[in-house]
Ligand binder design. Structure first.
Ligand code: PEP
Ligand code: MG
Length: 327
C-alpha cells in the first residue's frame, strides 16, 4: 500500500480540460500527519479535533491541544489545514461528559452534540480557541464549526474566537496572520438559508456523512441501513447541486469533506455538480487524483444535468455504463 501511495504522490490533479482540483485529506490523529506527505494531498480539509478528546480519559488541557495543533501546522507547512472545533456528543460520546449526555439524548445524532454542546459549555470552546490561535501564531488559521444549523450559531461560535483573539492581543502574544472562519454544512436546514450564511463565512464544507443521514432520516451507524440509500440518488445529487449553484459567483470557498468524495463514481458526480475541492480519507487521495486526470468537466457536467433533469431508474448503473463506454 505504501508503494501505491508513493507512486501517486506527485500526480497533480488537473482535469483533462486543465482545471486544477483541490484534493485534500481528512485527518484527526497525530499519526495522520505522516500520511499528508505520503499521499501528496493539497492540505488537510478536515482535521477532526475531537479525536484527541475521544482517546483521552480526561479532558485534554490547553497545552496538549496546542502541541497537537502546532505539530499539524508544522507538518503541513504552506498547505492549508482546516481545524474543525470539537464534534463530541452523539455517536462520539466522551467518558467525562457522558452522564450529562445520556440524560436527555434518545437520538444522539440529532441531540446535544458538536456546536450545540460547545456553545453551552463555552469553557471548552474558549480553551480550544486559545490553543488554536496560539498554535497558529504567525500563520494562517482556518477554523470550521460542526453541525451549524442556523446562522446565529456560526456568529456565536466565531464570537468566542474573536473574544480570545482580543484577549491574546492585549497580552501582546503573537497572533495568527489571518483567521478564516467556515461552517460545516451537514444539517439540511442550513441549505435553505445560504443567502444569510454565505456573507458570514469564508468557506463552507459539506459533510455528506451527516447530511445523508439527515436527508434520508437514516442512522449512519446502523448496519441495516448502510447499503440502503445511495449517495448517487437523485435526492442527494439534486440537493448538492442546489448548494453548489447558490455558491456560484459568491465569495465563498465551497468543498466536500464527507466520505462520499473518496469514492470514484461519487467523486465524478461531485465534479459534475460543480465541486472543485474534495477532502477525503488518505487512502483515496491517490486514486481520486488519478480519476481527476481523466475527467472532462464540460462532459460530466452535461451528463449530470441530463441525469438530474430526468433521472434514470438506477443512476449508479447508468453512471457506471457511461464511464465504461469512455474507457
Ligand atoms: C460528515 O458528517 O460528513 C463529516 C465529514 O463529519 P463526521 O464524519 O466527522 O461527522
Ligand atoms: Mg459530521
Amino acid at each position: 500500500r505504501q508503494a501505491a501511495y508513493a507512486e501517486l504522490r506527485d500526480v497533480e490533479p488537473f482535469t483533462r480540460c486543465g482545471t486544477r482540483i483541490q484534493v485534500m485529506m481528512n485527518a484527526g490523529l497525530r499519526d495522520d500527519i505522516t500520511n499528508l506527505n505520503l499521499v501528496g494531498a493539497d492540505g488537510i480539509g478536515l482535521f477532526r479535533t475531537e479525536f484527541q478528546f475521544l482517546v483521552s480519559a480526561t479532558l485534554p488541557q490547553r497545552e496538549r491541544q496546542l502541541r497537537l495543533y502546532r505539530d499539524v501546522l508544522d507538518a503541513a507547512g504552506k498547505r492549508p489545514v482546516i481545524f474543525r472545533t470539537v464534534d463530541i456528543g452523539g455517536d462520539k460520546a466522551v467518558p467525562y461528559l457522558r452522564s450529562e449526555q445520556s440524560e436527555s439524548d434518545e437520538n444522539p445524532a440529532m441531540g446535544w452534540r458538536a456546536l450545540r454542546l460547545a456553545l453551552e459549555r463555552d469553557g471548552l470552546m474558549k480553551v480550544q480557541a486559545r490553543a488554536l490561535i496560539e498554535a497558529a501564531a504567525g500563520r494562517s488559521l482556518n477554523v470550521m464549526f460542526p453541525m451549524v444549523s442556523e446562522p446565529w450559531e456560526f456568529d456565536a461560535a466565531k464570537a468566542v474566537f474573536e473574544q480570545q483573539l482580543a484577549y491574546l492581543k492585549k497580552q501582546k502574544k503573537d497572533l495568527p496572520e489571518s483567521i478564516q472562519y467556515g461552517a460545516m454544512l451537514e444539517v439540511p436546514a442550513l441549505a435553505e438559508v445560504l443567502d444569510l450564511l454565505i456573507p458570514r463565512v469564508s468557506f463552507l464544507s459539506i459533510g455528506t456523512n451527516d447530511l445523508t443521514q439527515f436527508l434520508f432520516a437514516a442512522d449512519r451507524a446502523n448496519p441495516k441501513l448502510a447499503e440502503r440509500y445511495d449517495w448517487l440518488s437523485p435526492a442527494i445529487l439534486r440537493f448538492l447541486k442546489r448548494i453548489s449553484q447558490a455558491a456560484v459567483g459568491q465569495p465563498v470557498d465551497l468543498g466536500i469533506c464527507g466520505e462520499m468524495g473518496g469514492r470514484k463514481l461519487e467523486a465524478l458526480a461531485l465534479l459534475g455538480l460543480g465541486y472543485r475541492r474534495l477532502s477525503i480519507t488518505p487512502v483515496s487521495v491517490g486514486p481520486i487524483k488519478e480519476l481527476v486526470r481523466q475527467v472532462d468537466l464540460a462532459e460530466i457536467t452535461k451528463a449530470m444535468n441530463d441525469w438530474l433533469a430526468s433521472p434514470p431508474a438506477d443512476l449508479r448503473a447508468e453512471m457506471k455504463r457511461w464511464v465504461e463506454e469512455r474507457g
